[in-house]
Design a protein around this ligand. Structure first.
Ligand SMILES: *Cc1c(COP(=O)(O)O)cnc(C)c1O
Length: 363
């Protein structure tokens, strides 16, 4: 018998979420961000299902090549750009778009000839991770234009640092800094394509929509906002992480559960054991009290999560039986809520599901 532990990936929900992005930012192009195995959902299956996207964004060449080899022909942008001349050869032979954010890349582009490459010039407007300074933008743009290998148009982009916080003033400031930095573009050509928004920008800041938006987390049904839930934006969870009860044991008041005996039964009570643990990507730091669904009803995690199993308080589910279904997050239990209990963000939980878990794709 195989283990019931699985991640059910709802491709219809994924497509629905892209439509939510399209409704929020109409009349602009949508680059679906599918880096890190599409936030843990399986990059190729997600890319194939998102045939309505205008382009894809990944972090690395190693992520882009399998997409091309599988026959994906849409533009694919490398969000980290490239590091070496070898990368640049691959970029051109696989026809990948790349972010140019650093002088070292510019020098390599200036030194080559041959097949053209599409570039996205990245300006740092306050994230302070990747990008040229706003005052360098015009100069870098001109240098790119003089490169023999640059395909027109050159795109202009930036990335928002605090778009997860609707009250943060930085987002509007970043948009302003971006527009000021690219004022030169208006004089050259009003059609130079620009991109600012991640999911937070798409749903929270229409001023950031520009020509291209780059939604990531929202496509997977998760709210990009602090303390938000996908449902508030009509987003549907794409991944439902499931398992089953493999044991139910009665313990006496005062008996301790799990490694370290860190949790003590407050009553004589039934405790269920679920076949999933941190070896599957369930967060070890999920606190006692983290919600878990047993037969679709909420119960609480108790004790420490171990590698292959975790325990739940079944006082609210006295009729539960071995083999009953358990949901760790997804349909009926927002991953955002579980992330809170584990002191992290939904992005990390979704990315962390390991390949020991079976993935089932449904339409
Ligand atoms: C990951 C990423 C995104 C998507 O961000 P979400 O918050 O998941 O929507 C957009 N742009 C860049 C440059 C990224 O690295």
């Amino acid at each position: 018998m195989t283990r019931a532990t699985r991640a059910v990936i709802d491709l219809a929900a994924l497509k629905h979420n892209l439509q939510i992005s399209r409704h929020a930012a109409p009349q602009v192009r949508h680059m679906a961000i599918i880096k890190a195995q599409a936030y843990g959902h399986g990059m190729l299956r997600i890319a194939r299902a998102l045939d309505d996207a205008d382009a894809f964004g990944v972090a690395l060449i190693e992520e882009a090549i399998p997409l091309r080899e599988a026959g994906i022909s849409k533009p694919i942008l490398l969000l980290e750009g490239f590091i070496s001349e070898k990368d640049l050869i691959l970029i051109r032979s696989y026809n990948l778009d790349c972010v140019v954010h650093h002088e070292s890349q510019l020098k390599m582009l200036e030194a080559v000839s041959g097949d053209p490459v599409s570039v996205w010039l990245k300006i740092d407007t306050g994230m302070h991770r990747l990008g040229f300074k706003p005052q360098q933008a015009h100069d870098v743009y001109q240098r790119l234009q003089q490169c023999a290998v640059i395909r027109q148009p050159i795109h202009l982009m930036t990335h928002l640092a605090n778009a997860d916080d609707r009250d943060d003033k930085l987002t509007e400031q970043q948009v302003k800094i971006f527009h000021k930095a690219i004022q030169f573009a208006d004089a050259i050509d009003r059609s130079i394509p620009c991109s600012i928004a991640n999911s937070g920008g798409v749903l929270g800041w229409p001023v950031s929509h520009a020509d291209w938006v780059r939604p990531g987390i929202m496509l997977y049904g998760v709210s990009p906002f602090i303390a938000g839930k996908g449902k508030e934006y009509d987003l549907k969870p794409v991944m439902t992480l499931q398992s089953e009860l493999i044991a139910i044991n009665q313990f006496k008041k005062g008996e301790k559960v799990g490694y370290g005996g860190s949790w003590t039964c407050p009553d004589d009570m039934p405790v269920g054991v679920v076949s999933i643990g941190y070896g599957d990507g369930y967060p070890r730091h999920a606190r006692p009290g983290t919600p878990v669904l047993v037969n679709g009803q909420r119960v609480q995690l108790v004790g420490r999560v171990s590698m292959d199993m975790l325990s739940v308080d079944l006082r609210e589910q006295p009729a539960a039986l071995v083999g009953d279904p358990v949901t760790l997050w997804g349909e009926g239990l927002p991953v955002e809520e579980v992330a809170d209990y584990a002191s992290t963000i939904a992005y990390e939980l979704l990315c962390s599901v390991t390949n020991r878990v079976q993935f089932d794709y449904i339409e």
